[in-house]
Design a protein around this ligand. Sequence first.
Ligand code: AMP
Ligand code: MG
Length: 517
Amino acid sequence: MKLNLKNNFTKELPADQNLENSRRQVYEAVYSFVNPKKTKAPKILHVSPEMASELGISEKDFQSDYFRDIFTGNAVYPKTKPYAMCYAGHQFGNWAGQLGDGRAINLFEIEHQNKNWKVQLKGAGETPYSRTADGLAVLRSSIREYLCSEAMYHLGVPTTRALSLSLTGDEVLRDMLYDGNSAFEKGAIVSRIAPSFLRFGNFEVFAAKNDVKNLRILTDYTIKHHYAHLGKPSKKTYIQFFKEVAERTLTMIMHWQRVGFVHGVMNTDNMSILGLTIDYGPYGWLEGFDFGWTPNTTDRQFKRYRYGNQPSIGLWNLYQLANALYPLIEDAKPFEEILNNYKKSYGEQSLLMMKNKLGLFTFDERDMYLIQDLEKNLELVENDMTIFFRLLSNFSKAEDGIEILKKSCYENEISDEIKNIWLKWFNTYLVRLSKELLTHQERKIKMDAANPKYVLRNYMAQLAIDAANEEDYSLIDELFQMLKKPYLEQPKYEKWFAKRPEWARHKVGCSMLSCSS
Ligand code: AMP
Ligand code: MG
């Protein structure tokens, strides 16, 4: 396996001088060198061939024992020096101080077809940033990250990627529900890939430690390698940089809203500086359309990271990044402008996104109200978001609407009162559609490209996990294959285009997930 390596990151950014793998505060460094931990019986369970080919890794390569050893941390690729990154963050609205890659170890940088990728193992052992935890990951959360990050990529949502999923052969102790019932689970490792894993928290950590020198070094590096079109670093470029991070963050969140993805832990240490979805933990997919829903039981009390709150949290997080970058500019005004613009832009983009979902491509000033009414209606009785929007592209008369409702609604009977509210909406929608210029068929194609047919429903990931715990990995592959074409009709997978089964409604792992992973 011959990889085309680079080491811009470690060459250009300051390393921690202390080489000991001990837990501590780290100063004046972006990362610490640390090697992954050897594992007892490494075994690759799945590889993403699309990702492998992006990295210049052939099928023969990824089937080799050498690949297995490198991507489970059991061998270090020649002339590379793995490292963990230092970052801080605001968790659930509170400043949490230094966090860092507690269980992620970056292996190397690959350059292939003019793209630069960072390769990272999640769950490969302790680092100086492991704090009180073990640096490991369990199979259930690794399957969830592996499947979902590739699924998001194929959905067209900006995201980090995954290359491989493997078992370590070691056991990991976890208290899954944080209720005092710890148990051993299978250890696993996901190799994750991204152009950069830098987070808002990497900038916050220097600002918090009053280290403007390294804050500048890191910002200049980020601009040089990831925002090169902005030109040479200066106060002006820093502002432009922040502006673009804000735009990318909003774009990413608008995609989440479109497909019904709830991240679950939008702490600033989980916000990518490239606007990628990062750190798949207790995320979930909306089944019933509900602005108030979050899958994360750790956030049960305030539901800070609920579906409907994601755009505002994006803004809140950007405020923290603005504070962190402030010492480079020392003028609050440009930041304020950008942050104010986020709100405006959010309104516009959200309207556009919903119009696309509804197949409305011409202008009508009343569209905003049509959408607001729809969102209210969708919450009247539990209504499956994915099914509802997907079927909407077949709609051509008011009675179709009631059929769609029957197929997407979780209750057997809808009261006449609610049916009438819906009929009224469908009639307004029908009139509105008549003003569109596209034919029904043309509109359907566009709508189907905005409304996925297949998403990684919470119970689907759980079924794959349950089977994998019994050493049956076939469902991981089946879901992986299906989720590569989320917008296409795939008759052989029709059974996955269905409402969540009742058994999954309150099942742990399906609707209830904690940060334990
Ligand atoms: P998360 O909520 O998963 O984004 O994690 C928040 C912080 O806790 C990050 O700094 C992680 O690296 C760290 N962390 C989470 N789980 C572990 C673990 N098992 N061992 C070490 N650090 C962890
Ligand atoms: Mg994290």
